[in-house]
Design a binder for this molecule. Structure first.
Ligand SMILES: Cc1cc2nc3c(=O)[nH]c(=O)nc-3n(C[C@H](O)[C@H](O)[C@H](O)COP(=O)(O)OP(=O)(O)OC[C@H]3O[C@@H](n4cnc5c(N)ncnc54)[C@H](O)[C@@H]3O)c2cc1C
Length: 399
C-alpha cells in the first residue's frame, strides 16, 4: 500500500495554506457500517478516518429496531431461503463479540433484550407449527410452555416461541465502536465540492486539511447514490425500500420484544415490536408488515391502522390513552432484480473505491469480513492522527 507515513506538508490549494494528511482509508458515512469498519480497520493497523455529515447513526441505523437476528422472520412461508440462511450464524457471531472473543470487542455492551419472542393465535399458525418444530430449526426457535412465558404474555391464549435473537442498544453500540477513535472522526459532508479522484486514490479537502486517501469506502447509505454519481462509477446501482414505522407510548407500562405472526400468510411478521424505557417513558417501536404496507397510507391512516392492529393482535393489554406517531425512512441497498430484499451484506470494490451496504444491522460482522478480504494488507508503520475539533457525536433515537 501507499505512503502511510503521516505527512503534514504545507501545500498551496486555492491560495489557502493547507495541511496534508495521508491516510490508507477514508470512510464516508457514520452509520453501523462506517463505525464498524472504523473500529475493525483501525484494529487491523490501517490509518482510517471517517467523515459523517451529521451525527453517528442519524439515518437508518438509529431508525433500526436494533434486532440481531438469525433470519427466521424471513422464513415465515415455511421455507429456509437464501435470506434466512446467510444470516443464521449472526446472533452467535455477535454474542462472541459481546463475550470479547472476536475482532470487534463489545464486552459489556448493554442489551435491551437478551432474547426475542414470536407469538401467534394458535389457530392461525397452520403448517408453521410443524415447520418451527422441525429439525432444521433446532436451536433457533423453541416453543415455550405457558408456565415459561414471560409476564407480558399473561392473558394471552395462543403460542409463544423463544428465538435466539436479541436487541442491542444502538446508541451504546455506536459509542462503543468509536470509543478511543473519536479523533479519527470528522463532522464533514463529502461531495463534489471537496472530493476529487487522483491517479493513485482520492483527495478530500476539509477546512484547512487535505486528506490524501488510498482507498475510499462509501458507507453513506442513502447518500451513496450521490457519491457514486459524483465519481461516475457507472457499474454500481442502488435501490431504496421505504418503511413507515410507528412509535407508540402506551399507558399500560408493559414492555415487549416480539414478532406477532397471527394470521400471517406472507414472508414477514405482521408486527415487529421492540421496547425502550420504562413507566411514563415507555416506547413501543413497531415495524414489520405494518411498516412495509404503511408507505401506501397517509400518516393519519397509518396511525389508525396501527391502533387497530395492536388492539386485534394484543387484546390482553389495555391500549386506552396510548399516543401514536409515525415516520418514514428508506432502506438503502444495492439494486436487486424485482426490487426485492437483498440476502447478504454487499461489498463492491472498483479500483480504489469500495461501496458497502450492510443491508441489515445484523450483518455488520459479515460486512467487515468481506471488506477485510477486499483490501490489501495494512502497513504497520503508522503514526497517530492528530487531535482536532471537528469530531462527530453519536445521535439519538428519532422519538
Ligand atoms: C426502520 C428500520 C428498521 C430496521 N431494523 C433492523 C433491525 O432490527 N435489525 C437489522 O439487522 N437491521 C435493521 N434495519 C436495517 C439496518 O438499519 C440498516 O441496514 C443499517 O442501519 C444501514 O447502515 P448504514 O451504515 O449502511 O447506513 P446509515 O445508518 O443510513 O448511515 C449512513 C450515514 O452516512 C451519512 N452520509 C450520507 N451521505 C454522506 C456524505 N455525502 N458525507 C458524509 N456523510 C454522509 C448519513 O448522514 C448517515 O449517517 C432496519 C432499517 C430500518 C430503516
Amino acid at each position: 500500500m501507499n505512503n502511510i507515513e503521516l505527512r503534514r506538508d504545507r501545500d498551496q490549494v486555492d491560495g489557502l495554506t493547507q495541511d496534508q494528511t495521508d491516510v490508507d482509508i477514508a470512510i464516508v458515512g457514520g452509520g453501523i457500517a462506517g463505525c464498524w469498519l472504523l473500529r475493525l480497520l483501525s484494529n487491523k493497523g490501517y490509518r482510517v478516518v471517517l467523515f459523517e455529515e451529521r451525527e453517528l447513526g442519524c439515518d437508518q441505523t438509529l431508525a433500526s429496531q436494533g434486532m440481531i437476528h438469525g433470519g427466521l422472520k424471513y422464513a415465515l412461508s415455511g421455507i429456509l431461503n437464501g435470506s434466512s440462511e446467510a444470516i443464521a450464524g449472526m446472533p452467535a457471531r455477535w454474542r462472541s463479540c459481546i463475550a470479547g472473543d472476536d475482532d470487534i470487542n463489545l464486552e459489556g455492551l448493554p442489551l435491551l433484550a437478551d432474547t426475542y419472542h414470536m407469538f401467534a393465535e394458535r389457530s392461525t399458525l397452520g403448517r408453521l407449527t410443524t415447520f418451527f418444530a422441525s429439525k432444521a430449526l433446532r436451536g433457533r426457535i423453541d416453543r415455550l410452555d405457558p408456565n415459561q412465558w414471560p409476564s407480558e404474555f399473561a392473558g394471552f391464549t395462543g403460542t409463544v416461541y423463544d428465538l435466539n435473537d436479541f436487541v442491542v442498544d444502538v446508541p451504546a453500540l455506536l459509542s462503543r465502536l468509536v470509543s478511543g477513535l473519536e479523533h479519527c472522526t470528522y463532522q464533514q459532508r463529502v461531495d463534489a465540492t471537496n472530493l476529487v479522484a487522483t491517479p493513485d486514490g482520492y483527495q478530500i479537502m476539509t477546512g484547512k486539511t487535505t486528506f490524501k486517501v488510498s482507498t475510499l469506502i462509501s458507507c453513506a447509505g442513502s447518500g451513496s447514490r450521490e457519491l457514486i454519481d459524483t465519481l461516475a462509477i457507472d457499474e454500481l446501482q442502488t435501490q431504496s425500500r421505504p418503511l413507515k414505522q410507528v412509535v407508540v407510548r402506551p399507558k399500560h407500562g408493559v414492555r415487549m420484544n416480539a414478532h406477532c405472526v397471527t394470521g400471517v400468510t406472507g414472508n414477514e411478521p405482521r408486527l415487529t415490536i421492540t421496547s425502550y424505557g420504562e413507566g411514563a417513558d415507555l416506547v413501543w417501536y413497531v415495524g414489520g408488515l405494518l411498516a412495509t404496507t404503511g408507505v401506501q397510507r397517509s400518516d393519519a391512516a397509518q396511525i389508525e391502522f396501527a391502533r387497530r392492529e395492536l388492539a386485534q393482535c394484543i387484546p390482553w393489554l389495555d391500549w386506552r390513552g396510548a399516543d401514536y406517531t409515525t415516520f418514514q425512512v428508506d432502506r438503502a441497498e444495492p439494486l436487486q432484480r424485482g426490487g426485492v430484499r437483498p440476502d447478504e451484506a454487499y461489498v463492491a470494490k472498483i479500483d480504489n473505491f469500495v461501496q458497502c451496504f450492510p443491508t441489515k444491522l445484523t450483518l455488520a460482522p459479515d460486512l467487515g469480513d468481506q471488506v477485510l478480504r477486499a483490501l490489501p494488507p495494512a502497513d504497520q508503520k503508522l503514526a497517530a492522527l492528530p487531535a482536532h475539533q471537528q469530531t462527530v457525536n453519536v445521535g439519538t433515537f428519532r422519538w
